[in-house]
Design a protein around this ligand. Structure first.
Ligand code: MRU
Length: 351
């Protein structure tokens, strides 16, 4: 399986997603601030992968702490959690993973653990977050495979693959799940301006897996659907609100509107860690705006004139009415999402 992120004794190791597919380089972040910088600069990206990186970064930072007493150790822990939380605002998996680390820390203190024991617990929790994410992706991939026709042409946007998760992927997990069940799948990958996650990362992953892949620029999907060449759209998510409104990579909303117009089912695939019942609807999801240079430059070359203003939101929100189903490790949830998503968590609590 593709190694997106791994922990070593003195570092968090991540494949550098800014360099793919031209170069396969690994970044070794040796401190919590280095991991935070890797998240911010998109060495690692994709909602679940960001959560795993933050958890491993917190565990690494605390492992390297010289504090001997729990009070100083706790102050350092809070500072590192704040640092991670300030990296990227939209993907809720980041805050979900930080919360899990905080709960682990509190339970260890409550149990009277020593600093060394707390360090061990934090390492173990970060590794669990990693391993559970792979398991969730595989489970949701198997559920999602059921909505894929036997001979399917699937359009996806951005990269919701192994690179965006701890492994296997969400939208690409559904595609992999379908292929594993013997279905024939051909994928259309939107290039995904401005960071080109589709052309660079999704295409790279799928070609490596031997899955037929056609790259299109973002403005081609309408023509493609009009010609009847798309059977299904599957995308990932950065945050799903309680009513099912879904934030995902900028351009996802456009695809969803086109899919509705052409009667193509539009599915979202994401683990429960991406669902945020505390956010009532899409209007309450914070949308990150990134550096204008991502739009005016490609691979360091300037395309646009100096002086032009730029709007560069990293995500948009697809209203729940446009979503046929939300594919999770607990099954596929259908409208009305305000009820079905709430039930998903009640079932988890009961389990
Ligand atoms: O800005 P990015 O590359 O982190 O955005 C990623 C996406 O929008 C993905 O589609 C989303 O996180 C789902 S990843 C499983």
């Amino acid at each position: 399986m593709l190694p997106t992120i791994a922990r070593e004794a003195d570092a968090v190791v991540m494949i550098d997603q800014r360099k793919l597919p031209a170069q396969e380089i690994y970044v070794r972040a040796k401190s919590a601030p280095e991991v935070a910088r890797a998240i911010k600069t998109m060495v690692i990206r994709g909602a679940p992968a960001i959560g795993v990186a933050a958890a491993m970064g917190i565990a690494l930072g605390m492992r390297k702490s010289k504090a001997t007493g729990t009070q100083k150790f706790a102050a350092e822990f809070q500072k590192i959690c704040d640092l991670m939380a300030a990296t990227r605002p939209t993907a809720v998996n980041l805050f979900w993973a930080i919360d899990r680390m905080k709960r682990t820390f509190a339970a260890a203190v409550q149990a009277g653990d020593s600093v060394d024991q707390i360090k061990d617990r934090l390492d173990a929790e970060a590794q669990s977050i990693h391993d559970e994410d792979v398991a969730s992706c595989r489970a949701l991939g198997a559920f999602g495979a059921d909505v894929v026709p036997a001979d399917a042409r699937i359009l996806t946007h951005c990269n919701a693959g192994a690179l965006a998760t701890a492994g296997y992927g969400t939208a690409l997990g559904v595609i992999r799940g379908a292929v594993e069940k013997g279905k024939r799948v051909a994928v259309f990958a939107d290039e995904t301006r401005p960071f080109l996650q589709g052309a660079r990362l999704t295409a790279w992953e799928l070609v490596r897996d031997g899955i037929e892949t056609t790259i299109i620029t973002d403005n081609m999907s309408g023509a493609l659907m009009r010609q009847g060449k798309v059977d299904l759209v599957v995308v990932g998510a950065d945050r799903i609100a309680a009513n099912g409104d879904t934030a995902n990579k900028i351009g996802t909303y456009t695809v969803a509107v086109l899919a509705r117009e052409h009667r193509v089912p539009f599915y979202v695939a994401a683990p429960l860690s991406t669902i945020d019942l505390d956010t009532p609807d899409g209007a309450h999801i914070p949308i990150e705006e990134r550096n204008p240079k991502e739009v005016t430059h490609v691979a360091g070359s300037q395309l646009a004139p100096e002086g032009a203003r730029v709007w560069n939101p990293a995500f948009d929100v697809t209203p729940h009415e446009l979503i046929a189903g939300i594919i999770t490790e607990r099954g596929i949830f259908r409208p009305p999402y305000i009820e079905s998503l709430k039930r998903a968590f009640e079932e988890v609590t009961l389990a």
